[in-house]
Design a protein around this ligand. Structure first.
Ligand code: ZN
Ligand code: ZN
Length: 791
């Protein structure tokens, strides 16, 4: 204000061109630029094109500078700016006005972004008795609401979404057309006059009469409070809801859903309510309140308010989420405690997403259905995250995250278009194109025929949405994976080559890619621990120390292979792994002589050992596998956890981790031995001897579980430090589903960092097979680029 010089003398007119790259389409970026440019009194224009958003602006130099300073700070909440480039323009354009130029089509990207949790402004309207959207469960704006879940085709316009059957009323149309409004070009914009509506239905199809002065949500609340199970149609699918504090309601839900052990997720009204049950760090609070609004697995408080005992059997964690649509806000608003909100399906089938299907498939499970008439085009499960090693890690990547593209590291700019098919369990697929990777949401286990159908449908839709034509198809090496077979078929139809990517190499590459490691990075040492994957030698792998990068790897060491007696049965029956481990490392004679009185030994003695021994010795239906997951299963069974059967993958290991977590002060660790050779083989005989001796001396099982974890941590740290020293490697990768174990991840990370090594571990993409497709895509692209092939 007190400028020493008259303004007129310092003012020169400037004109600039501003290129903004990143997630800037379909998130209200152009109107935010328009508002900012007008506030700065600039002339010019803003438009979407194939590279993002392009701005041309002119005005006084100070105003231009102010505009450029504020642009990144005032970007809309759902945008992600990856880069801003400013170049001077020779001369200013015509006029003082600033305008939004309509997209020219053609190369413009689709702008299909992830579904986002209700923004504070929309929530305030829904809760405001004076507002025209008061109590309206489908309010949304440019900063929030459904996106991927409603889109059928591109371009992302209302006509190409399931909102096409709801013509905008005059008020909504005015908002939609006004660049100054928060709902400018908000495709799902709606209100009670013109938008989707909600009703409550009984099992016989009769619509429940709603008493005067109440609404369907309030009646559903009463039913939940009274112990009923309510099927709720949400944004990406159906949930089953019941009172989380009601022992009979939760037991009934488990019984009817035939889901006996897998934990149920909980919906709480707000953060304060979550804090009554679980400890919430700042990182966890941010994650819960983010626009993606995932389920966050939290540590239960010792003095937690009461909840039904069967919510998460055998686990310390509780999975909480906060409301992410007005419907969920309204539903949770006046309930005294959290509600169970678990996927609407029977055991392992995909979540139901359409009304007719929900009436049929949830019959006999739900007591009543809270339905709406907006079609869910793309099923989206809730994402699941957990904080480990101080950082949020996605365990399941779906609603709120997909299909946001992930920028690939330097070196992948000229990569071909790769379609990567993913794995068999926790499947996702990946489209690699233009230096970016688009990962599908979590699809599920392709062994289930409904899930497999959903996989093929999603694949076709993503190819259409992103106008994707593959130059090659990347698949896992396992010949029996449905994804592998489907990939071969697609490649044949498209007449493009297939690139086979070893399972654990894909895990390694996925972590490198999300960590931003450039294509030409020096080799890293990857420790990849999981259940099973098809090995480069045709065997089954799962406890691997790989030296390499995107284009290739060398297997430097691995866990000693142990038979899986009964094949697939060994995945579900941990005692089989206990027997195979003891047989392999100690021999039954020693076990029966020295530890005969242990419950696990007496239990195994009752099993048909003769048959098992013959299977193992002849290798009939007992393939050897260097699996880390099965080592954890075997140890759990020895301690009496899930000894007979597990009902979901990883259950035994999760319970073993939960047990070990109860004794944080335990420093004891079981040892290992190394069999020299190439590759090195890690032998667990010392671990098993010490574990059985502890059992014999009646050491508390929690201490044994902790010493087991510490032993595995020390083994990995010792192996990695010797290998990295021998090969002159500084960077390491920890991935594979077994690294979702927090004790293991934090222990190994701490140990390696203490030796001066850099540790990369997955965050944005699951460490489990959900992240496999990203790695497959990057490996296939890297090989293609190395071979110098043209597109
Ligand atoms: Zn909003
Ligand atoms: Zn309206």
């Amino acid at each position: 204000m007190n400028s020493p010089l008259p303004i007129t003398e310092t003012t020169t007119t400037e004109a600039v061109s501003v290129r903004v790259r990143g997630l800037v389409q379909g998130v209200g970026f152009r109107p935010s630029v328009w508002r900012l440019a007008r506030a700065c009194a600039l002339g010019g224009e803003v438009l979407n094109d194939g590279d993002g958003v392009l701005i041309r602006a002119w005005g006084p130099a100070e105003s231009i500078q102010g505009f450029l300073d504020r642009l990144p700070r005032e970007a809309p909440p759902l945008s992600r700016i990856d880069g801003i480039e400013v170049t001077a323009l020779g001369e200013a354009g015509e006029g003082d006005d600033f305008v939004i130029v309509e997209s020219a089509g053609g190369a413009v990207r689709t702008g299909v972004v992830p579904d986002a949790a209700t923004c504070p402004a929309c929530l305030a309207e829904v809760m405001d008795p004076e507002d025209r959207r008061h109590g309206y469960p489908f309010a949304n704006c440019t900063h929030c609401g459904p996106r991927l879940s409603i889109v059928r085709a591109i371009p992302y316009d209302r006509a190409n979404t399931s909102m096409d059957v709801f013509p905008l009323c005059a008020d909504c149309a005015a908002e939609y057309g006004d660049p100054a409004d928060r709902r400018f070009h908000a495709q799902p914009n709606a209100c009670a006059v013109c938008g989707p509506r909600l009703w409550l239905e009984e099992a016989n199809g009769r619509v429940v009469d709603i008493p005067q002065g109440r609404d369907a949500i309030a009646v559903a609340q009463d039913l939940i409070a009274a112990g009923k199970i309510v099927a709720v149609k949400g944004i990406g699918g159906f949930h089953l809801a019941c009172d989380a504090a009601s022992e009979p309601a939760v037991a009934r839900l488990r019984q009817r859903k035939r889901r006996y052990h897998k934990p149920f997720a909980l919906l709480a009204r707000d953060l304060d309510m979550v804090r009554r049950y679980a400890r919430v760090s700042e990182t966890e609070a941010t994650l819960l309140q983010s626009a993606a609004a995932p389920i966050v697995v939290l540590d239960r408080r010792d003095d937690a308010a009461p909840l039904a005992s069967e919510l998460a059997p055998g686990q310390n964690g509780l999975g909480f989420m906060l409301p992410y649509t007005p419907l969920h806000h309204l539903l949770a608003r006046s309930l005294a405690g959290p509600i169970v909100l678990t996927s609407g399906n029977r055991s392992d089938e995909p979540q139901t997403s359409d009304n007719a299907d929900a009436r049929k498939r949830l019959a006999g499970i739900a007591d009543v259905w809270l339905l709406h008439d907006r079609e869910i085009v793309n099923r989206l499960d809730d994402s699941v995250a957990r904080v480990a090693g101080g950082a949020p890690r996605l365990l399941r990547r779906a609603r709120g995250y997909a299909p946001a593209p992930m920028p690939l590291p330097p070196g992948f700019e000229a990569a071909p278009a790769v379609l990567a098919m993913g794995g068999e369990l926790k499947n996702s697929f990946c489209l690699l194109k233009d230096g970016q990777a688009i990962l599908s949401p979590h699809i599920g286990d392709l062994e289930d025929s409904l899930t497999h159908a959903d996989y093929r449908r999603s694949l076709a839709l993503f190819r259409a949405l992103f106008e994707f034509q593959p130059d090659l198809v990347a698949i896992d090496g396992h010949p029996d994976y449905h994804a592998t077979q489907w990939g071969r078929k697609l490649a044949e139809e498209e007449a493009v080559p297939v690139s086979v990517v070893q399972h654990h190499h894909a895990h390694l590459a996925a972590c490198l890619a999300e960590s931003g490691a450039p294509l030409d990075s020096p080799p890293v040492l990857g420790v990849i621990l999981d259940g099973l994957g098809f090995g480069a030698d045709g065997g089954l792998w799962g406890g691997e120390f790989l030296l390499g990068g995107y284009a290739g790897f060398e297997r430097l060491a691995h866990f000693a292979p142990v038979a899986l007696p009964g094949g697939a049965q060994a995945m579900r029956e941990p005692w089989r792994n206990a027997y195979a481990h003891l047989h392999r490392f100690l021999g039954w004679e020693e076990v029966d002589g020295r530890w005969r009185d242990l419950p696990i030994v007496r239990y195994l003695a009752e099993k048909p050992r003769g048959t098992l021994d013959r299977m193992i010795e002849r290798g009939v239906n007992a393939p050897p596998a260097s699996s880390a997951g099965r080592l954890f299963d075997a140890a759990a069974a020895a301690l009496g956890l899930c000894r007979e059967t597990t009902s979901f993958e990883g259950q035994a290991a999760i319970e073993l981790e939960a047990l070990a977590e109860t004794v944080a002060d335990e420093r004891g660790a079981y040892g290992h031995a190394v069999m020299e050779g190439e590759p090195l083989v890690l032998d667990w005989a010392p671990l098993w001897r010490a574990l059985l001796d502890d059992l014999l001396e009646a050491v508390p099982t929690a201490r044994i579980a902790a010493r087991f974890h510490n032993g595995v941590v020390e083994t990995i740290v010792a192996t990695v430090t010797s290998l990295t020293a021998a090969h002159g490697v500084e960077n390491t990768v920890l991935s594979g589903g077994v690294f979702q174990n927090r004790i293991l991840l934090e222990g190994v990370t701490g140990g390696l960092e203490a030796h001066g090594l850099r540790v990369l571990s997955p965050r944005e993409v699951p460490a489990n097979d959900g992240g496999l497709s990203l790695g497959q895509a990057c490996v296939a692209a890297a090989r293609w680029l190395r071979e110098g092939r043209a597109r």
